[in-house]
Design a protein around this ligand. Sequence first.
Ligand SMILES: CC(C)(COP(=O)(O)OP(=O)(O)OC[C@H]1O[C@@H](n2cnc3c(N)ncnc32)[C@H](O[C@H]2O[C@H](COP(=O)(O)OP(=O)(O)OP(=O)(O)O)[C@@H](O)[C@H]2O)[C@@H]1O)[C@@H](O)C(=O)NCCC(=O)NCCS
Ligand SMILES: Nc1ncnc2[nH]cnc12
Length: 297
Amino acid sequence: MEREGRTESFKAQAIEIASLAVQAILYEASCHPSPGLVSAISTGAHSDMDYFTFLDSASALISPLIQCAHAGLSTESPKEIFQTIRSIGQLGEQRMFAKTRGVNTHKGTLFLLGICCAAAGKALYSGAGFASLRSIIQDMTEGLVEGELSARNQELANTDPTKLTHGERLYLTHKIEGIRGEVQRGLPIVFDIALNVYQENHDLSLNSRLIQTLVTIMQFCEDTNILHRHSLETLREVQVRAGRIIALGGMKTPAGIKAIEEMDKDFCHRRIGPGGSADLLGVTVFVALLEDLFNGR
Ligand SMILES: CC(C)(COP(=O)(O)OP(=O)(O)OC[C@H]1O[C@@H](n2cnc3c(N)ncnc32)[C@H](O[C@H]2O[C@H](COP(=O)(O)OP(=O)(O)OP(=O)(O)O)[C@@H](O)[C@H]2O)[C@@H]1O)[C@@H](O)C(=O)NCCC(=O)NCCS
Ligand SMILES: Nc1ncnc2[nH]cnc12
């Protein structure tokens, strides 16, 4: 009876964690004006997806995210947990592509939130609590860039470029570490910068807090979506412009709001889609929701 009780409890905990991840995904896709991104009122810089594509995609991610959280609720080491969730994530990507008819809505999101859900499960199971989340993420992904990119440099160089992912190609040409580098470093943009912005600005509406956090992230994100579709110059332009908007007050001032609206129009016209920043916004919301869960709020 006791074993059955524990199993049911782990299932309930995994569902609780994953439900926060899906909530974060929905918040991210809904907020506006999100410069160049898909939102509840805009298709952003994209012609192949809209808000409902993201809602469809979110529904496909519920099961893999529960499985990832459940994988963390175990005695396995963080490294072993990461290996377990890679296969869950690859199947989850297939579910996503099936649901979106081949459109990449959340490949990065699934990777990041899958890892974070598993780390949350481990933090809960080990009793180490919310404070251990970041170090568990780092332990899970230690050596990821070396293993998947730098150690494969020659292999990648000998591979037909059309067979490489955007991330692999950008590492080969510019040594850009992208999403792998961000998560291996323990998501510094989320934990050291974005989380505080999202949690502190309670004088703003939820929608405004989300946009304020997104633009804050855009200053620092080495976004491979912008790099593969445009250039390093365009990425630097985006980062500098985001910094100027934050200096204007962002969503806290009429001038900042006007600048964000102008940025959105410009990015939609120029087809600049900061999908990497969108992913980090979703992770920021998830981490904030998780902190409330762990602290019983
Ligand atoms: C580990 C992988 C997920 C890495 O895949 P890949 O080699 O392709 O790596 P990247 O291209 O570098 O990045 C993949 C996505 O990560 C997001 N991203 C980009 N830069 C950053 C960053 N600096 N920090 C965080 N996240 C970043 C981004 O994802 C979002 O944008 C996508 C939608 O925008 P769109 O422009 O349409 O994207 P594309 O379709 O690629 O463009 P077009 O071809 O249409 O022009 C969407 O994915 C958002 O999430 C990058 O796209 C992968 O190799 C892997 O292992 N996957 C398996 C899953 C797994 O392991 N899961 C584990 C736990 S479940
Ligand atoms: N809202 C969004 N629009 C475009 N790409 C995204 N990737 C993740 N969220 C996104």
